[in-house]
Ligand binder design. Structure first.
Ligand code: C6P
Length: 416
């Protein structure tokens, strides 16, 4: 469906009504209306998510999978129901393929330690890309240290797009795994993951997608993508911090050993031998973030009630507007100009350090992120120490982009 056919203007989308659902947006910061443009770091929470947290602690609080009493079975039902919502959200084949984790970072570490440490050996190769978040670099470096495997890196061009031919050339008989970001957090690039997965599968190699910046903007269907692992964080999809999801194909999970040991992941324990629980519990040791899981799905249901296609189309309209407005500022260079992007506007200004930009904008009530965005290799590629990054969500407006642009012009004036 084309962007234009989904949405025509802010009015159609009713962004004003959506903003009403996010109480935090109503406040003033340093005497100015808050302009929140740091959504890639974490999104704000709608009232339904805040209510789900309050309701859980007011009416349902209890440990799950353990008690026979009323509250425990209510909490267990609510928690397991969220697994079903997540299964449907990702179009996974079964609840057994949905693991609760602390977030994207823990999901990738789980796969690196459980799958990688078990199946990689000396000389094996793992392909990642030049635009990975540190969370999709360091866990693989650790497993390389442990097993003797090596990292191979898919290069990118000056627009921040991966090079498909170079990707294909990286495959050798030693390639054992591919782990790539679906949408880059510092560039906004949407990678052609379906094609990349198909290519890896031609060589019999499984693929993990880091979906931390994708699920809140794009429809993700793990069966259509045919990815082997998919991971995302609750707090970037309008839910709370400290909870996320790892999807994995059941056949792979069956072969993988537990990541952590403890309560709930066992079937029986003696001092001589422990047998493990069935999927997905084999990978969920200890009391989980129960309220996190339940309220994360309140966020997902909220997003679904608006419609992910409509959100994506609206954000795309904002991105196009923001790109035009920011590009017209003399002395501003956009970093990340891929053809296929989500709402990330990373930029550098002539003669002004990004941290000064961030501090100045904060005084104007504008929240952006400045720094390397946990993607130092991306900064090295573009030969910049850091960037300023405005990241968009469904509740942002063109008016806020204008406020951002005016504030940037002021910064440039002050520093010139
Ligand atoms: N990026 C940003 O400001 P956690 O911290 O586990 O929820 O997510 C880690 C992570 C992994 N992959 C990608 C692509 C990400 O964007 C992030 C988090 C935030 O860009 C915080 S560094």
């Amino acid at each position: 469906m084309s962007v234009a056919s989904v949405i025509h203007s802010e009015t159609d989308f009713d962004v004003r009504k959506i903003r009403e659902d996010f109480p935090i947006l109503k406040q003033q910061v340093h005497g100015k209306p808050l302009v929140y443009l740091d959504n890639a770091a974490t999104s704000q929470k709608p009232q339904v998510v805040i209510d789900a947290i309050t309701r859980y602690y007011t009416l349902e609080n209890s440990n799950i999978h353990r008690g026979v009493h009323y509250l425990s079975s209510q909490a267990t039902m609510a928690y397991e129901n969220t697994r079903t919502i997540l299964k449907d959200f990702l179009n996974a084949a079964s609840e057994k393929e949905i693991l609760f984790v602390r977030g994207t970072t823990e999901g990738i570490n789980l796969v690196a330690q459980s799958y990688g440490r078990t199946f990689f050996k000396e000389g094996d190769e793992i392909i990642i890309s030049a635009m990975e978040h540190h969370s999709n670099i360091v866990p693989w470096q650790i497993v390389c240290e442990q097993t003797g495997a090596k990292l191979r890196i898919i290069p990118m061009n000056e627009r921040g797009e991966l090079l498909p031919d170079a990707y294909e050339k990286l495959f050798t008989p030693r390639t054992k795994f591919v782990s790539i970001v679906h949408v880059s957090n510092s560039l906004g690039t949407i990678n052609p993951v379906k094609e990349m997965i198909a290519m890896a599968h031609c060589y019999g190699v499984p693929v993990l997608l880091d979906g931390a910046q994708a699920v809140q903007h794009l429809t993700v269907d793990v069966r259509e993508l045919d990815c082997d692992f998919y991971v995302f964080s609750g707090h970037k999809i309008y839910g709370p911090t400290g909870v996320g999801v790892l999807y994995a194909k059941q056949e792979l999970l069956e072969k993988m050993p537990p990541y952590q040991g403890g309560g709930d992941m066992i079937r029986s324990v003696t001092f001589e031998k422990t047998t493990f629980n069935e999927l997905p519990y084999k990978f969920e040791a200890g009391t989980p973030n129960i309220v996190g899981g339940i309220s994360m799905t309140a966020g997902i249901r909220y997003l679904q009630s608006i419609g992910i296609e409509a959100i994506g189309a609206y954000e795309h309209e904002l991105l196009e507007y923001g790109t035009e407005v920011l590009s017209s500022i003399r002395g501003l260079r956009l970093i990340g100009t891929a053809k296929n992007k989500t709402g990330i506007l990373s930029f550098v200004l002539d003669n002004v350090h990004p941290h000064d930009v961030g501090t100045f904008l904060d005084v104007e009530g504008i929240a952006i992120r400045t720094g390397h965005h946990c993607t130092q290799p991306v900064m090295q590629f573009f030969k910049v120490p850091a960037t300023s990054r405005a990241s968009l969500a469904m509740y942002n407006t063109k008016e806020e982009i204008d406020i951002l642009a005016d504030a940037i012009k002021k910064v440039m004036k002050v520093f010139s």
